[in-house]
Design a protein. Structure first.
Length: 354
């Protein structure tokens, strides 16, 4: 189990945002520059924000609120069977055993910094989000609290032995979980890597984020560079945001509701909103005849391609888990699985250093 050795990446990212007032309008030079940004054309095909239509043979595939798929059958016909199994160790016991490291921080053998897991979190939020029942269901939310071992160094140093980690169960598809069928859990965002973290997964969110002028996204002007937009506490149309802990008028609004989780994640959201508006400005100057919609969709397509390029050409190869691309295979189901969303791609949690 490795941890990222550098804790300077987040601070460096924030320093970049603070010290470069014009960062949102700064051209990035590449070793082998591609076509000029001004050559971007109006997209001939525009995919809906909710992800419908990406797969021509199955248009609903991976769209917003479609169920996560199962790689293996449910452990029991009764969805609560596994919860009641008392012979399984507490997840806290497992994490304590696996992550125990008396020798201090373990450096990453590949020299990857915290920016690696930050990017992983950003794209994870682009492709999956299973909502918890807390505050989202009628009546009491179901819980499966996690027992904390007595004497746990961090969570029960007094040895009380009755402490628990509160954990709510996920919202499930109400047409499942009956008549011996297992529950199925909807993905509340699109399962495509389509920039939904920036633009949202619903028309309501996407429309709120747009300024309506020159294809640009809303921002909060700041002397050190534009920031994410803030919501007026009286604006009932503003997208709801998680992990805020402060008043509605102080929360940043982004395409994904988890953008306020921590400063590093917020910084990446800011960078891509600035990049969208930078591209929109270039397109507006080169094509004054284009409409707000033309510019928005062209910039959105560019930013989405940029996210995909970074992910497939830099992020995945950095961890040696990316095979060479062959060609599009319509027979492959690209749907996000329960195992991927809740387990496999949580590997980034183990990358975070002290």
């Amino acid at each position: 189990m490795t941890r990222r050795g550098s804790t300077f990446a987040v601070a460096s990212l924030m320093l970049l945002l603070l010290l470069i007032p014009g960062a949102h309008a700064f051209s990035v030079e590449k070793e082998n520059p591609g076509p000029n940004h001004a050559q971007i054309e109006i997209p001939t095909s525009i995919y809906p924000i909710d992800g419908i239509g990406h797969h021509q043979e199955n248009p609903d595939l991976n769209s917003r609120n479609t169920d996560l798929i199962r790689l293996i059958p449910s452990a029991g016909s009764n969805e609560t069977d596994w919860v009641a199994r008392s012979n399984l160790p507490s997840p806290r016991e497992i994490s304590n055993a696996i992550c125990y490291n008396p020798d201090g921080m373990v450096l990453d053998e590949d020299g990857l910094s915290d920016m690696n897991w930050l990017w992983g979190q950003f794209i994870s939020h682009d492709i999956d989000f299973t909502l918890t029942q807390n505050g989202r269901v009628d009546g009491a939310a179901e819980r499966i609290d996690i027992p904390i071992p007595s004497g746990d160094l961090w969570m029960d140093p007094q040895g009380i032995g009755t402490n628990m980690i509160m954990m709510f169960r996920s919202v499930y598809n109400q047409s499942t979980g009956m008549n011996e069928t297992p529950r199925e859990y909807p993905n509340s965002v699109t399962g495509w890597l389509d920039g939904s973290s920036v633009y949202g997964s619903s028309e309501q969110t996407a429309d709120w984020l747009r300024s309506g002028i020159g294809g640009r996204l809303k921002v909060t002007p700041d002397p050190n560079g534009d920031l994410l937009p803030l919501a007026d506490e009286n604006d009932e149309s503003a997208p709801s945001m998680s992990f805020v802990g402060f008043s509605a008028s102080e929360r940043y609004i982004a395409g994904d509701s988890r953008a306020n989780e921590h400063v590093g994640l917020t910084a990446i959201h800011i960078l891509f909103v600035r990049e969208h508006n930078r591209i929109a400005g270039l397109l507006e100057s080169q094509h004054p005849e284009w409409t707000d919609e033309d510019i928005y969709q062209a910039a959105r397509k560019y930013v989405t391609a940029l996210l995909q390029q970074i992910t497939y050409q830099e992020y995945l190869p950095s961890m040696n888990i990316h095979a060479d691309y062959g060609e599009f295979d319509p027979s492959i189901d690209p749907s996000i699985s329960n195992a991927f969303a809740t387990l496999a791609f949580r590997m980034g949690h183990s990358q975070i250093g002290p």
